[in-house]
Ligand binder design. Structure first.
Ligand code: LLP
Length: 427
């Protein structure tokens, strides 16, 4: 993490703002989102692909981070949205995305959810034969659809994050693809796209190459057997980012040229014309753009040495859920070298609530602000009110200015929506 920035007080700087001062001003725990980092990530990826293949479109996977300001930034950049639920469709519409630029890839979707997507006018990416049959009942003649196919390739940073291959619940089988596409035609729909998403948090280009090859072969077979002309081919998301200091980032230019090279070869092998090539990155765009700031409130030496902080897995679930590594800096002196090992524990009443075990850290004192890095993707979006802790605030920083883009929840938010039956009211 060579780009860690420090000011003349020796404090960590995020988007031009002093992290310790942000924590003072807005309280902790606090998510700090760096606007320019999001834009840079988007532009780097977009440029790398579009210079090899100009008909290229990003569908930002908003499950990573649905903050409205983040969504607005990506709408301004020209992104589309990968939405997986009616709620995500709703947020994307509220953020001003054109429904044509929203691709709804649901899993185990209800009829009323399909109806909602139809009324919203978004594109529907079908996950199963059952979904196809139900959609055909309610869809207008000629509705443009696409299918998610399982390309029998899967990869991911954790078993839970592999979404292709024989164990995966997602998509239609590759062997049934031609038959399902022709069934869609028979049912009066117009299939125009094909999609796969093999998993998340992948830093190795090889599984992507295999997936591109497999999906293109499937597209070729579908085209050959049904005559369908694809308007878009979507390879999903999954591009990883380094979480540990020794991981290397993807070389995006080399990655893009390999993927687009293979894509173009396969287009001409199968006479597939010139469909739009789509990717659905989430983590790559927002992952390293946020920090979670949390204050050390307890340093305890029991059987082990603990630094106890005021965030927990309710605020950032990834370490507890996947054993994920998040690098942690002492925001007051981020460049200080390690002086020993310590466990960094959250404030939730569960022993699994640890941000780090045996982590080499510089001296950590009560009152210090810790900055948990790479907290932009699957962090706030997976936060909960567990232990009845209101969820934290989010601030957006740019050129040293900070703005609250989500207020801190209050105790009243813990009760929102609850109704006590009259007979149980305290008299
Ligand atoms: N497209 C589809 C259909 C997806 O299901 C996903 C992620 C993406 C795109 C974006 O993947 P990305 O580029 O962000 O890797 N909670 C986990 C990650 C789950 C990802 C689920 N699907 C984590 O914290 O690592």
């Amino acid at each position: 993490f060579s780009d860690i920035e420090v000011n003349d007080k020796g404090h960590l700087v995020i988007g031009g703002a002093d992290a310790v001062e942000l924590a003072e001003e807005y309280g902790t725990p606090l998510y700090v989102i760096d606007e320019m980092r999001i834009r840079e990530n988007y532009r780097r990826l977009h440029r790398a692909f579009s210079r090899n293949y100009s008909d290229f479109q990003v569908f930002y996977a908003c499950k990573a981070n649905t903050n409205l300001a983040v969504m607005r930034i990506l709408e301004e950049e020209g992104s589309g949205i990968d939405a997986v639920s009616p709620g995500e469709i709703y947020i994307a519409l509220m953020a001003g995305f054109d429904p044509e630029r929203i691709l709804y890839t649901g899993n185990n979707v209800r009829d009323d959810e399909l109806q909602f997507a139809l009324e919203a006018g978004v594109r529907i990416n079908i996950d199963s034969r059952s979904q196809l049959l139900r959609l055909a009942e309610m869809a207008p003649e000629g509705l443009e659809v696409s299918f998610r196919v399982n390309p029998l390739v899967g990869a991911g940073h954790h078993e839970h994050c592999i979404t292709g291959g024989e164990m995966s619940k997602f998509g239609i089988m590759e062997s049934e693809a031609p038959e399902v596409y022709s069934l869609a035609l028979d049912l009066g729909l117009k299939p125009v796209g094909i999609h796969a998403h093999i998993g998340s948090g992948i830093l190795d280009p090889e599984p992507f190459m295999l997936a591109v090859e497999s999906l293109m072969d499937i597209a070729g077979r579908v085209h050959g057997e049904t005559g369908i002309e694809f308007e878009f081919i979507d390879f999903g998301g999954g591009l990883g980012i380094p979480y540990t200091p020794d991981e290397e980032p993807l070389d995006i230019d080399e990655f893009a040229s390999r993927i687009t090279g293979l894509f173009k070869d396969k287009l001409s092998d199968y006479g597939l014309g010139r469909p739009v090539m789509c990717l659905e990155p989430g983590r790559y765009i927002v992952g390293d753009a946020s920090y979670l700031l949390t204050r050390v409130n307890t340093v305890k030496e029991s059987y082990r040495k603990f630094a106890g902080v005021d965030a927990g897995f309710n605020t950032l679930l990834r370490p507890a859920m996947y054993g994920s590594y998040h690098h942690i800096l002492v925001a007051d002196r981020p460049l200080a070298g390690p002086s020993g090992k310590i466990d960094i524990a959250g404030n939730v009443c569960e022993s699994g609530d640890l941000f780090a075990r045996d982590r080499p850290m510089s001296e950590v004192n009560e009152g210090d602000i810790l900055a948990i890095m790479n907290a932009g993707a699957y962090s706030f979006s997976m936060a909960s009110q567990y232990n009845s802790r209101p969820r934290p605030a989010e601030v957006l920083v740019r050129d040293g200015d900070a703005e609250v883009v989500r207020r801190r929840e209050t105790f009243a938010d813990l009760l929102a929506g609850q109704v006590v039956p009259a007979r149980l009211l305290k008299r």
